[in-house]
Design a binder for this molecule. Structure first.
Ligand code: DAH
Length: 337
């Protein structure tokens, strides 16, 4: 009886180790046959109850079964360990390394950071405002009366009768002045939207940065001094500049600032349309009507304000001719900066 069981166990064991093995399966086989509660120890238990005269023979058989299975399993384990090591070593050291592409800041972020840092050194903090704006802040409080033709300058995306996507960052000036008493000195960068036909020169969304300084006795001379200091640091030290009269509803007087074209140094080229000058920003003295809207006394306070497009600023500085390229995210463009 026991002799048959021993034979059958050996047969089963051999069958099991001839199937495809891995270390886990092999260990399961070891546990099944050789562990304390495994098949082979249980056969040893049976040996005790077998007829006395058969025991020496059966004992020999059982011993050789245990030895055979133990050595076989050890052998197979060694083979599998070796194979595993070989698989791990199969790394081709002659392959070229993988190049990790490092990301960088988008040119617009870089430009804005530079603008921020120059104005920070001049004492301006930087403040955000909402992109979804009310008609009141975007127009009304900035002295654009309802139905005033000046609203036509800014093709607006209306969201409802009273709400719109802001067309400039100037409304943040009003929000700051409503919250703080003078002196107020801050720049306000952010995204703006205009319902314009998309072309090399205009896009439906772009970025601006506005600035404002309000205190007692702020003069146009200070406006010029600050903006010239900015332009010299941002564009080039030895530039010429000029302020041309202009119109904005929220400033009086209003002006546009030009600098000598950095490409042709004033001689005239394609970028400056052969004028020798580049328009870089709009500015002016804050209109007394705006002060009244925010509850400042126009007799007591005066201030200047300015605004510029960030894409335009970067385009002028780096000679970029198509605004759409900022939003294509073409790596060939991005990695040049
Ligand atoms: N908001 C004007 C625009 O989008 C730019 C501007 C001009 C802003 C004069 C100002 C300013 O703060 O004083 O065209």
């Amino acid at each position: 009886m026991l002799a048959q069981k021993i034979n059958a166990t050996l047969e089963n064991f051999q069958k099991e180790i001839s199937t495809p093995l891995n270390l886990k399966v092999l260990d399961e086989i070891r546990i099944k046959y050789l562990s304390k509660n495994g098949i082979i120890p249980s056969l040893f238990d049976e040996l005790k109850s077998s007829p006395k005269e058969e025991r020496p023979n059966l004992g020999k058989l059982l011993n050789s079964l245990r030895d055979l299975t133990t050595t076989k399993i050890a052998e197979l384990k060694e083979q599998l360990d070796l194979q595993l090591q070989k698989d791990k070593a199969q790394i081709d050291l002659s392959l070229p390394g993988r190049i990790k592409l490092l990301g960088s800041k988008h040119l617009l972020t870089q430009t804005l950071n530079e603008i921020k840092s120059i104005f920070r050194s001049l004492g301006f903090s930087s403040i955000d405002g909402p992109e979804l704006e009310s008609d009141y802040y975007n127009f009304e409080a900035l002295n654009f009366p309802k139905d005033h033709p000046a609203r036509d300058m800014q093709d607006t995306f209306f969201v409802s009768k009273d709400f719109l996507l802001r067309t400039h960052t100037t409304p943040v000036q009003v929000r700051i002045m409503e919250k703080h008493q003078p002196p107020v000195r801050a720049i306000m960068p952010g995204r703006v939207y205009r319902n314009e036909a998309v072309s090399a020169r205009s896009y439906c969304m772009f970025h601006q940065v506005d600035g404002i300084y309000v205190d007692t006795d702020v003069t146009f001379a200070e406006l010029k001094g600050t903006l010239v200091a900015f332009a010299k640091q941002f564009y080039m030290e030895d530039l010429k500049y000029r302020f041309r009269p202009s119109f904005f509803p929220f400033t009086e007087p209003s002006a546009e600032m030009d600098i000598t074209c950095y490409l042709c140094h004033g001689k005239g080229c394609k970028v400056c349309k052969y004028s020798g000058w580049l328009e870089i920003l709009g500015c002016g003295m804050v209109d007394p009507n705006v002060f009244k809207m925010v509850g400042y006394d126009p007799e007591k306070y005066s201030g200047y304000a300015f605004g510029m497009g960030i894409e335009r600023t970067a385009m002028l500085k780096y000679g970029i001719t198509d605004i759409r390229i900022f939003f294509d995210n073409d790596v060939r463009f991005l990695k040049q900066f």
